[in-house]
Design a protein around this ligand. Structure first.
Ligand SMILES: Cc1cc2nc3c(=O)[nH]c(=O)nc-3n(C[C@H](O)[C@H](O)[C@H](O)COP(=O)(O)OP(=O)(O)OC[C@H]3O[C@@H](n4cnc5c(N)ncnc54)[C@H](O)[C@@H]3O)c2cc1C
Length: 440
């Protein structure tokens, strides 16, 4: 199948064939490779090149979209790897269950969520997605099928969670969901006037709130640096009245624009307006889970606003008490550069261990910022942010990356060689060749 598969950031471009997998008892599609390498593909919601295989073949797992078993008494769900988190929620929420660790979009597959060991607003409580995966089946190119869990093929379990799709094809997985009383969230939004205010509210929220994250005005400087709106919430208790209606289907951004709508002027204006849309120090409301967790899903294909050159997302985590100083420095550099983002989010991760060898999350503060691709100046800015992250002992998230150097990758993930014995000889990705490939 010849089709242009892109990543969410629409950068870099890649030329690759694709073959679709329909059945979980199919053999590994070696016959379609013609001597090339393959890479499993979920729903392409990774921003950079970890879901691309330039010059190779993608094995599109979206055809594996069936539920296998669900026990509404225990919340244990078994489904194929191409099932979207949105489909799981549609099935499970009416029966009183929710996904414990969900990213900022529900349009990702179970296979993709495992391969990047994704995280969300509940990281300080529930850790990463991988912690809730009880077992899965892995298909290797030599035809071996491994059932992996914390106790069976435990080394393969650790390698595959956060393993960037390189250890084999995940065919199905069994997940442990968490109980809820209804589809609503009791949400609060708190205005934070500075970075210090963010850290104060975050520390005070960890105990009493399952979900926390802040939107940050990344154009603000001086005493306002790090100002933003801090969102926190809990699943609403049983018996609430005046429940909001579920959201509609949303809109699709209609066209691919010839140029990016995002520039210095629109950025500053948007950030100022968005910060000032809330005048009160604190607001409280009951909301449906979809706008609370997935506000961006309401505008499908919003990545088109960045035009044909696409955009980058930069997400780092900065550990320990130095993380505070480092995130201050990073925000300074972003604001001074004039590059910036509508969407900058910040959260303090908890200290629950991530199960994968290459999992990104660790205790510390994480910042995620989108940058329109303006070529060299944007790349130079991110390289300069890497210098701060490296000095602080932090790391950058491969699922969002399209440009980190091999040296940075080696600093961020010194344990990456532990993955080598588990990598399937027929699998590779553009990301892996660009980073680890340049180190071997
Ligand atoms: C709006 C938005 C918000 C986001 N918010 C967050 C967030 O809050 N937290 C977070 O962690 N991430 C976030 N992400 C990133 C996203 O959650 C991850 O990139 C996720 O892994 C994408 O899953 P996917 O199904 O689209 O997989 P793809 O992007 O297609 O692939 C991701 C990886 O999974 C591998 N893979 C896919 N299917 C299989 C399979 N069956 N077997 C083996 N390997 C497989 C691929 O080889 C690739 O390495 C966000 C992305 C967007 C667009």
């Amino acid at each position: 199948m010849k089709r242009r598969y892109k990543s969410w950031g629409r950068y870099p471009r890649a030329e690759q064939e694709a073959v679709r997998l329909w059945w979980r008892n199919e053999p590994f599609p070696s016959h379609a490779l013609d001597g090339k390498t393959a890479l499993p593909r979920g729903n392409g919601r990774s921003y950079g090149d970890s879901c691309l295989n330039d010059g190779g073949v993608l094995v599109d797992a979206r055809g594996l979209d069936r539920f296998v078993a669900f026990d509404p008494a225990t919340g244990i769900l078994r489904c194929e790897a191409g099932v979207l988190l949105a489909d799981i929620l549609a099935l499970a929420v009416p029966k009183g269950w929710f996904i414990p660790a969900t990213p900022g979009t529900q349009l990702v597959t179970v296979g993709g969520a495992i391969a990047n060991d994704v995280h969300g607003k509940a990281h300080h409580r529930d850790g990463t997605f991988g912690r809730h995966v009880r077992r899965f089946e892995l298909l290797r190119s030599d035809g071996a099928r491994l059932i992996c869990s914390p106790t069976e093929h435990a080394d393969w379990y650790r390698a595959t969670i956060g393993g960037l799709g390189l250890t084999g094809l995940i065919l199905w997985a069994e997940l442990a969901l968490k109980p809820i009383a209804n589809p609503y969230i009791a949400a609060e939004s708190i205005r934070c006037e500075s970075l210090d205010a963010f850290f104060e509210v975050s520390a005070e929220s960890d105990e009493g709130y399952e979900y926390t994250v802040a939107w940050i005005d990344c154009t603000a400087r001086g005493p306002s640096l790090g100002r933003g709106l801090f969102a926190r919430g809990n699943h609403a208790p049983d018996g609430i009245s005046n429940t909001p209606r579920p959201p509609g289907r949303g809109f699709t951004f209609p066209v691919e624009l010839p140029v990016s709508l995002v520039n210095g002027l629109t950025l500053r204006a948007f950030n100022r307006l968005y910060y000032n849309r809330q005048r009160e120090a604190r607001t409280q409301r009951i909301v449906h889970y979809a706008p609370f967790f997935y506000p961006l899903d309401a505008l499908r294909e919003w990545n088109r606003i960045y035009g044909p050159r696409g955009f980058f997302q930069y997400q780092c985590v900065l550990p320990g008490s130095d993380g505070r100083t480092a995130v201050h420095e990073i925000l300074e550099r972003i604001a001074a550069s004039g590059e910036g983002s509508f969407l900058a989010v910040m959260k303090v991760f908890g200290d629950l261990e991530s199960p994968g060898i290459l999992s990104f999350p660790r205790a510390g503060v994480t910042l995620a910022v989108d940058f329109p691709n303006r070529g060299q100046p944007t790349l130079a800015l991110m390289e300069s942010l890497d210098a701060v992250v490296r000095a602080a002992g932090g790391r950058v998230y491969p699922a969002k990356d399209a440009r980190m150097s091999a040296e940075s990758f080696n600093d961020y993930y010194p344990q990456w060689r532990e993955l080598l014995p588990f990598i399937d000889p027929q699998l590779s990705s553009s990301f892996w060749r660009r980073t680890a490939g340049a180190l071997t």
